[in-house]
Design a protein around this ligand. Structure first.
Ligand SMILES: O=c1ccn([C@@H]2O[C@H](COP(=O)(O)O)[C@@H](O)[C@H]2O)c(=O)[nH]1
Length: 230
């Protein structure tokens, strides 16, 4: 079990490639995130392999469907022993309540959180899909709904973490992708912060993928991030 806020995103197209990276990492220094590409290719085998190596895993499949379907998917994830799983908050209160109730009814301790607004989006993207509120307002609205629905936290950008800390409190998890150390490329992220800025802003967990996994020396990149946080 790790006390570190770092969650390394294993966005790889094969189980072998993901395990090659995992084998260089230490479960005492980080948790790992399995997302849509890797899970679609490898299925539950990747979870078994990472759990077998001692890692806690965030299964980032961002479920979004009718309440009964999402509750079943969240239960299935939790029964595979993942540390954290998520849904899209825009699936609504009934969907989130059904998922949270399913975990509670079955005594499953997996953390359940909800995505507010993807870190790859900015204000103009929300307008294009017909949302009239600005981005900060939409993140706050969905974070409040997530908390009212009984979930433990949200995925948001670190740029919203400080405000959500005042709105939802310290203990409400703020899991923030879009983390970019000064040495890393921005890629397709829009709302970014450095690791240190993100922690200062109130992030509880930092999701970092390409700045580590695509680095020429991933372990050196990870060590530089840890040094920045220290
Ligand atoms: O709003 C979100 C939600 C999830 N993600 C995921 O986090 C990682 C970020 O990877 P980087 O390589 O550090 O950009 C990736 O797996 C996304 O699917 C996100 O970026 N934003």
């Amino acid at each position: 079990m790790s006390e570190s806020p770092l969650i390394i995103a294993l966005d790889y197209p094969s189980l072998d490639a993901a395990l090659c990276m995992a084998d260089q990492l230490d479960p005492a220094r980080c948790r790992l995130k399995v997302g849509k590409e890797l899970y679609t290719r490898s299925g539950p085998a990747v979870l078994e392999a990472l759990h077998g190596r001692g890692f806690e895993v965030f299964l980032d499949l961002k479920f979004h469907d009718i309440p009964n379907t999402v509750a079943g998917a969240v239960q299935a994830a939790a029964e595979q022993g993942v540390w954290m799983v998520n849904v899209h908050a825009s699936g609504g209160r009934k969907m989130m309540e059904a998922a949270a109730e399913r975990l509670e009814k079955n005594g499953l301790a997996t953390h359940l959180i909800a995505v507010t607004v993807l870190t790859s989006l900015q204000d103009s993207d929300l307008q294009e899909v017909g949302l009239s509120d600005n981005l900060a307002g939409q993140v706050e609205r969905l974070a409040r709904l997530t908390q009212q629905s009984g979930l433990q936290g949200v995925v948001c950008s670190a740029q919203e973490a400080a405000h959500l800390k005042t709105v939802c409190g310290d203990r409400f998890l703020k899991v923030t992708p879009g983390i970019r150390p000064s040495f890393a490329a921005v890629n397709d992220q829009q709302r970014i912060m450095t690791p240190n800025e993100a922690m200062q802003a109130g992030s509880t967990h930092l999701v970092i993928g390409r700045p580590v996994t695509q680095a020429v020396d991933p372990m050196e990149a990870l060590a530089a991030i840890e040094a920045e946080l220290a």
